[in-house]
Design a protein around this ligand. Sequence first.
Ligand code: SAM
Ligand code: SF4
Length: 461
Amino acid sequence: MKYLLHTYGCQMNVRDAESVAACLEAAGHLPAINEADADLIIVNTCSVRDKAEDKAVGKLGLLCAGKRTAPQRLVGVMGCMAQRRGAALLKRLPQLDFVLGTRQQRALPVILFRLAAGEHGIVQLDDPGVAPRVPDAHLSGSISAFVTVLLGCNRRCAYCVVPDVRGAEYSRPAKDILEEVHSLAASGTREVTLLGQSVMNYGRSNPVWDSATPSPGGFREDLPRLLEAVSAIPGVRRIRFTSGHPTGCTDEVVRAMREIPHVCPHLHLPVQSGSDRVLGLMRRGYTAAQYLDAVARLRSAMSDFTLTSDVIVGFPTETEDDFEATRRLMEAAAFDNTFIFKYSPRPNTPAAAMKDDVPTAEKMRRNQVLLEDQDLLGQRLNEACVGRTLDVLAEGVSLRNTQRWSGRSPGNKIVIFKHEPPIVAGDLVSVQITSAKPQALYGEVGLQAPDDRGQNKCTTP
Ligand code: SAM
Ligand code: SF4
């Protein structure tokens, strides 16, 4: 069969989509070029906001309607919304062929056999009694790969549906992760991003190492030990991990970021709000001062540290003063980029019991103000890079400008440059930055950056 995947949502979903595609290809199926060409279409969904679910339901409705003219085409749904709504989705969309839960990607080839045998409307959700199976299959040939290290989340922030739809935390055994990274590096991957909703909790819910002996670098905590072991894998040039949590920025994590070769000096550290009152209601487990203290420790350890974040506007009871506190925090933390979300009540979360009392128009206004603040901040921080030479991991032709190539700096900034032979994707190139926009840097290629392990430890934004 030819398959097509439509993916909404976060990096976790992108990773799940890749593992499903790899499973399908291992079973002999091929990617389709478009919907008309596809025998199987899967919508990989997000539940974080109402809008994300509406979008996915709309898309599924269109695909199911398309079965009138292409009745043999299979249409399925996977991801967070599939897990949250389960069989109820079949009531709304009876033409759906299957509903696959968040930890069930590997069941897909069997489901396809069952559909071929005449079944319809198969619902396969997570079974808490069964040990989690972590997606580990990859499509070959990518320079940069996501590697899941932690499933689920135990934090239960008041607004968030993720713990319900992705389940309790489960940390993968370190040896499985290292095997996966070894095989990725052997097939040409140069950058790995270790994924977990609250990745600094790696190893806290279940043991991940066979022994508790400190690592060669003297690390005792599980995430630093993992970073050190990944760094030793030949071929790995860059290591990232996401998403961070301020309470997870321990001295060891900070030291690991500073000392371990190839670990990039960038962190995505969602703050959500700058108001202590709102942070308390959100059950985030830190104050604005504690957040800024974590940032200060990271910055003093790494002169070239870059920081990105998530902010929610319009959480129940958020006042103008709370909102102004968020604006001040964004300035004080100097975010290189911020993803801004308008609060959306999610079923069965503690915040859903509160009145959603910030009017939509006000949420939109606050959202717009923060976008403009972030643009100014991003422009200022990026302009400081003009004239500097950055090590850029070349990724390939820029999607926005096919005359140029794009890559990422150690600080995860997008860098657009003119391709010079013999540069190929996966090379580390030195790019002298000539101009800046809030979301990207532009420059000219200089000499190829050295790949002397440890020596080219990211030193520039
Ligand atoms: N695990 C990460 C963390 O600790 O923040 C991110 C999880 S979530 C997939 C990504 C972002 O969605 C969150 O950081 C938050 O800003 C936003 N988000 C989650 N629930 C939301 C809600 N109910 N309404 C609006 N935004 C939400
Ligand atoms: Fe959701 Fe909070 Fe867990 Fe992030 S840490 S996934 S925001 S509950």
